[in-house]
Design a protein around this ligand. Structure first.
Ligand SMILES: Cc1cc2nc3c(=O)[nH]c(=O)nc-3n(C[C@H](O)[C@H](O)[C@H](O)COP(=O)(O)OP(=O)(O)OC[C@H]3O[C@@H](n4cnc5c(N)ncnc54)[C@H](O)[C@@H]3O)c2cc1C
Length: 485
């Protein structure tokens, strides 16, 4: 175990957990503050999650939406980037402990910003994760890309029509923005991009099903826009099934209970989980030590100034917080990160903390349905169609970090939206099998074998695991995972 950042100077030490929207924007907002910033992220990149579905469907490369955090902060002299998964926060000792590949580091802090975001929630059915990956990380998006394109490849080889049908059926669970965008893009892929690429199968015959237990699509956009989105999805060939609760998932399909109580099954190779989020488990640690409450999604109750009760030095921002029913969106994290940074800067310069509580300015929300079509909910205006889509393009381009990424993103969008191509169709076996293989290998997998930091003995720590995969039984580690299952 090593300790870093123990300075003899009196410069306040700010530790930030997470390199997502909340973490990165708070670090940047501290650029001119007289503090030493240590940003700890379990990945070496900052991820622009709203475009993950475009990586999964071959439009964008992962580099375009995930620039290296170190590169973004290279000109910020007061900031240091550390790779590691934070496993422990000690509010009494004021330390954060991070681990990467068996190496543990303790970071003392004077001010702490926790912005560790949220993961996928399977609503207590974590076993579904094996067959229905979510979409929260680059790993997830690349695995899904491999599964989606792989399903078409396997269908081309299949001789039995029932098997072709299973492989060409794609089910997206969750009709929120992520699910809608994902289903829309798979439909475009099948009906436009891949139309002429195969000889034995007809990709345009693929079934794309978007289902949700709720009675409407895009509930947060209201009935009118939700209804419009549903019609547009129908127009591009997406079957929308509402009031449909997923009761089981296995490698060959999905079981559903409809609102009338009927149970039915859809045979499908590719299942994508876009329903539900669960805040980082670090929220529980904060709650247990500070007495704050946790809500059902694991979000920690913060004070109106985004700090924890009796811990004005601990700021929590973004998807991890429960405050005034704020939504889990990028702007809440960005604005919260900047607000926390402002409080820290004030304190570091001898001023009183923020006089006003955190106030979220809602800039609106948007979701694309297909090329040239989106819905937007901005202030008093709720509209859909081409103008909403153009607005969506502009806003997303503005928030992609880095000039290089913006240029190449525009180029790839031209290829996909004006043309019919997809520049990023590469999928490797590792992308498809890697997650499950690691989970089956278990925590004993010796990461030092692949050049990681060696440990004298014991497991490599820091390998992230999906919810519900702990304790995968030996017997289940039999045949490896199958492409498209
Ligand atoms: C597929 C998808 C699409 C979305 N689309 C939109 C959209 O269109 N518009 C919108 O406003 N919002 C959208 N969101 C939501 C938005 O991305 C989140 O609200 C936002 O990212 C929250 O920011 P955050 O900083 O709280 O968390 P995140 O951005 O998730 O960042 C969390 C960071 O913490 C790191 N981390 C987690 N645990 C640890 C640990 N233990 N140790 C160290 N580091 C850790 C993660 O690696 C990550 O860097 C979308 C989300 C997803 C998943």
């Amino acid at each position: 175990m090593t300790g870093v950042g123990r300075q003899t100077s009196t410069t306040p030490r700010v530790v930030i957990v997470g390199s997502g929207f909340g973490g990165l924007f708070s670090a940047q907002a501290l650029k001119r503050a007289p503090v030493d910033v240590t940003l700890i992220g379990k990945t070496s990149h900052h991820l622009f999650q709203p475009l993950l579905y475009q990586v999964a469907t071959g439009i964008l490369s992962e580099g375009e939406i995930a620039p290296a955090t170190r590169e973004i902060l290279r000109r910020q002299d007061n900031a240091r980037v550390v790779l590691g998964e934070v496993a422990d926060i000690d509010l009494t000792a004021r330390t954060v402990t991070s681990t990467v590949l068996g190496r543990t580091t303790v970071h003392p802090y004077d001010e702490l910003i926790v912005a560790a975001g949220a993961g996928q929630s399977y609503f207590g059915n974590d076993q579904f994760a094996e067959f229905a990956p979510g979409m929260k990380s680059i790993d997830d998006a690349l695995e899904l890309r491999g599964r989606i394109f792989g399903a078409f490849e396997l269908a081309e080889l299949a001789t039995d029509q029932a098997e072709v049908d299973r492989l060409l059926t794609f089910v997206v669970v969750g009709a929120g923005p992520t699910g809608v965008e994902m289903a829309g893009q798979i439909a475009e892929l099948a009906h436009r991009t891949l139309k002429k690429d195969f000889r034995r199968i007809d990709p345009t015959s693929a079934r794309i099903i978007l289902l949700d237990a709720a009675p409407m699509v895009l509930p947060s956009f209201g009935e009118r826009l939700g209804g419009r989105a549903r019609r547009q999805l129908g127009d591009i060939g997406v079957e929308v099934q509402l009031g449909a609760m997923v009761t089981d998932v296995d490698e060959n399909g999905i079981e559903i209970k409809d609102a009338d109580g009927q149970v039915r099954r859809i045979n499908t190779a590719t299942k994508i989980w876009a329903a539900g989020v669960q805040a980082s488990p670090l929220g529980r640690q904060l709650a247990e030590q500070s007495g704050a409450e946790l809500d059902r999604a694991g979000r920690v109750q913060v004070l109106p100034d985004l700090t924890l009760a009796r811990h004005p030095e601990v700021h929590v921002v973004g998807d991890m917080i429960s405050l005034d029913k704020l939504p889990g969106v990028a702007q809440v994290a960005i604005q919260g990160g900047r607000y926390a940074a402002d409080a820290i800067r004030r304190r570091a310069t001898g001023k009183p903390a923020n006089p006003k509580p955190f106030g979220y300015f809602d800039k609106g929300s948007m979701a694309t349905i297909s090329r040239f079509s989106a819905v937007a909910d901005i202030g008093k205006f709720r509209f859909g169609g081409f103008i909403a889509w153009v607005l969506w393009l502009v806003v997303h381009l503005m928030y992609i970090v880095g000039f290089k990424s913006r240029v190449t993103t525009v180029f790839h969008w031209l290829i996909s939206f004006l043309g019919r191509g997809r520049s990023q169709r590469v999928a490797t076996q590792q992308q498809v099998y890697g997650r499950l293989a690691l989970e089956h290998a278990g925590p004993e997998f010796p990461a030092s074998k692949v050049g990681g930091l060696g440990t004298a003995s014991g497991p490599a720590e820091g390998l992230s695991r999906r919810p519900g995969t702990d304790g995968v039984r030996e017997a289940e580690a039999g045949p490896g995972p199958r492409l498209g299952s």
